[in-house]
Design a protein around this ligand. Structure first.
Ligand code: ADP
Ligand code: MG
Length: 713
């Protein structure tokens, strides 16, 4: 079962593991009646019939109608998970995966991680011998399949009909849907011919069922004779589950608002003051403005008894600790009103009971990738009409509701775009390209994308992969580097860094660095404690930069016995450090599987820096200094342009991020982990290098970039 941003795709396939089957148990009485009240329940028989007789079924139903939590259970009850088969259901986000998995486990009255489990990146809560329903992100589904050594043999299989191919298809079919639901037109034909027992269910709240159905049909044009006795019907069935959505009255602001956080707060307060009981769901964009709104509401509550005694204000965003997430789903006590202030996570993937009022800021945080500058940014951007309708719909779940839009009707009608920009067109493509390549889909430019990504992004991705030695001159995965890199669940630059550490004898250190780099930040947020935080960082700071500093931090953490007090004392985020340990463990296992020898360089930091450079040479930049530097070569700082660097590849102006230990140190040459742009473009996590390592690491890449260098030694 696959769900995309807008809802999703449901599918399941026999698991390849030889899991023992447990007899299917019917009726989980405890929450039974609640389950029967959901709109999909009326369609249970119809759904099971359609799934039985059709290879693909499209189910459209409003958010909250029970698609995600119920359909997998129906399938299991009907025996689709017998014989070691697994019903897989993907969700677009990690938080949604965890939340629905625990809900379904609760409904079935089983322990999470047994019959019902979930897997998100770096966290596997399943039991291969027992799990029948498994929730996962689509990225993880892809990885799982790629982890299997079989896939690495893929390129050696060229004759159709070989035994291997059969097995590979079994894997492929799962993979393809998850990466690009609906993009597999050509392949679907083969897949369904070879796997008549495979069923795909596409479920969505907002999907255009008609166009999706057309898409699947047009892909079957060149069908040859079937090679299986029973073949389910190829034309997808479309079933619309009647929602029980109530009417939602829409209110617009008369004048555009200048500060939507402030406007949110006053709207919540006036609803609380004037409207009858019912919870409020507010859509803001991210943790920052959610925290700001909560702060403002707390100040109001301080001044008014009515507010302080009546309102329960709760945040909801993906990095929220588990216990706080759960609060959001707990029933509202009598006489109280819950206010959930959420990112767009509550737009389609999560359902909150009891919401009667929705406040819609009109914005959400969206990922945008600029292939020219190679910067991936989370940007606050206006939502689409489709999102606005979806948000409003959340108010009509239990009874007629109201939606307060913090934008004018004129804006909604005339200016808001009707649908959002597809994710494919605003994402960085390296990981996606490497995965397609690993699946043997070589003609990426001619691939049947439902929404073509911009050619610049594609070229950029191919270029990076080529320079990393992941792709060869024919744009095929290289052996072994390309195939190995495809198996590591991280950005290919990190993968390359890990692979290089093998030869350089510093894999233990590099794996630590990779684990820390995949966490947002290991430090506590600097708000109000900036000075103390800076001092704490200094205790670990290495002259070589952030990567080496991480090694010091990790060592300190281990020596402290992984103590939370130690973290607290050093302004480090204990939860983040625990996560680092977990991720590191997973990466170690991956590394072992890839044949990397786990070895520590015992303090040979040069090896570590060279390994980092082997992955990140493309992110090199050089301090800009005035030509007069030759007068006082030692006084770099005096001749620099306020710490301005230029990237070696695109000559972009960049600066060292204030959070880096190299901030204000400004060494001549650095490589950075990523760029973030705020008022300027900043390099996050920087490390000093010797420029000669660059040409060593990637001779082709730097061939045409040599320029006279006033500060070269
Ligand atoms: P859909 O996938 O159609 O949007 P879901 O299957 O996610 O709907 O949710 C169906 C119903 O299950 C919701 O309306 C809600 O009542 C209940 N539900 C879902 N998740 C939870 C949860 N984490 N806690 C409590 N109830 C939940
Ligand atoms: Mg759902």
């Amino acid at each position: 079962i696959l769900e995309d941003e807008e809802g999703g795709v449901v599918f399941f396939a026999p698991s390849l593991s030889s899991a023992s089957s447990s007899s299917s148990r019917f009726g989980y009485a405890s929450i039974g009646s609640q389950r029967q009240r959901l709109p999909v329940y009326k369609y249970r028989t119809a759904i099971l019939y359609l799934v039985e007789t059709h290879a693909t079924t499209i189910i459209v139903g409003e958010t909250g109608s029970g698609k995600t939590t119920q359909i997998p259970q129906y399938l299991k009850e009907a025996g689709w998970a017998d014989g070691g088969r697994v019903i897989a259901c993907t969700q677009p986000r990690r938080l949604a995966v965890q939340s629905v998995a625990s809900r379904v486990a609760e409904e079935m009255d089983v322990k999470l991680g047994e019959e019902v489990g979930y897997t998100i990146r770096f966290e596997d809560v399943t039991n291969p011998a027992a799990t029948m329903i498994k929730f996962l992100t689509d990225g993880v589904l892809l990885r799982e399949i790629m982890d299997d050594p079989l896939l690495t043999k893929y390129r050696y299989v060229d004759s159709f009909g070989s035994k291997n191919l059969e097995l590979i298809w079994k894997k492929l079919e799962m993979v393809l849907f998850c990466v690009f639901p609906g993009m597999v037109a050509d392949l679907l034909e083969h897949i369904q011919r070879r796997r008549p027992e495979l069923r795909l269910i596409i479920s969505s709240a907002t999907i255009e069922a008609k166009s999706m159905s057309d898409f699947f049909q047009t892909s079957k044009k060149h069908r040859g004779p079937e090679d299986h006795e029973f073949v389910p019907r190829k034309v997808p069935a479309v079933l619309s589950v009647e929602g029980r959505g109530f009417n939602v009255q829409i209110h617009y602001v008369v004048e555009p608002v200048s500060d939507y956080v402030q406007a949110t707060v006053s709207t919540v307060l006036s609803i609380h003051d004037q409207e009858p009981a019912g919870d409020i769901l507010v859509f803001l964009t991210g943790q920052d403005d959610i925290d700001a709104a909560i702060q403002l509401l707390a100040e109001e509550a301080h001044a008014s008894r009515k507010i302080s005694s009546g309102l329960i204000v709760l945040p909801l965003y993906s990095s929220l600790p588990r216990a706080e997430q759960d609060l959001v789903f707990s029933p509202t006590p009598r006489g109280k009103r819950k206010v959930v202030i959420s990112t767009n996570i509550a737009e389609t993937s999560l359902t909150l009971e009891g919401v009667v009022y929705v406040v819609d800021s009109g914005f959400s945080k969206q990922q945008f990738y600029n292939p020219i500058s190679d910067i991936e940014n989370l940007v606050v951007a206006p939502i689409s009409k489709a999102s606005a309708r979806q948000r409003a719909g959340r108010a009509g779940r239990v009874r007629p509701g109201k939606c307060y839009r913090l934008y004018t009707e004129e804006y909604f009608v005339n200016e808001m775009s009707s649908v959002g920009i597809p994710e494919m067109q605003r994402s960085k493509l390296v990981s996606c390209v490497i995965q397609l390549k690993a699946l043997g889909i070589d003609n990426i430019l001619g691939f049947d994308w439902p929404a073509s990504p911009p050619p610049e992004a594609m070229i950029r991705a191919l270029e990076v992969l080529y320079s990393l030695g992941v792709l060869d001159d024919d744009a095929k995965l290289t052996s072994p580097v390309g195939f190995q890199a495809a198996e590591i669940p991280l950005d290919p630059m990190i993968s390359k860094m890990i692979l290089s550490s093998n030869q350089l004898g510093c894999s233990e250190e590099i794996i630590t660095i990779a684990a820390i780099l995949s966490i947002q930040s290991i430090w506590v947020s600097g708000k109000g404690v900036q000075k103390e935080l800076d001092e704490a960082k200094l205790r670990f700071a290495a002259a070589e930069g952030d990567h080496v500093t991480f090694l010091n931090v990790y060592k300190g953490f281990l020596q402290s016995g992984k103590s939370s007090q130690w973290c607290h004392k050093n302004y480090m985020n204990y939860q983040a450090m625990k996560k680092v340990i977990e991720i590191r463990e997973q990466l170690r296992r991956t590394a072992l599987r890839l044949g990397i020898v786990l070895r520590s360089c015992e303090g040979d930091i040069l090896a570590v820096r060279k390994a980092v450079t082997a992955g990140f040479f493309a992110n090199a930049s050089r301090l800009e200094v005035s030509d007069l530097i030759f007068l006082f070569p030692a006084r770099l700082e005096a001749f620099s342009h306020n710490g301005m660097y230029k990237t070696v590849r695109g000559s972009q102006e960049v600066y060292i991020h204030p959070s880096s230990v190299l901030f204000r140190v400004n060494p001549k040459w650095v490589i950075y982990h990523s760029l973030v742009s705020t008022d300027r473009q900043y390099m996050r996590n920087a490390m000093t290098i010797d420029p000669s390592w660059l040409t060593e690491a990637a001779p082709h890449f730097f061939q045409n970039l040599r320029r006279p260098d006033p500060i070269a030694h």
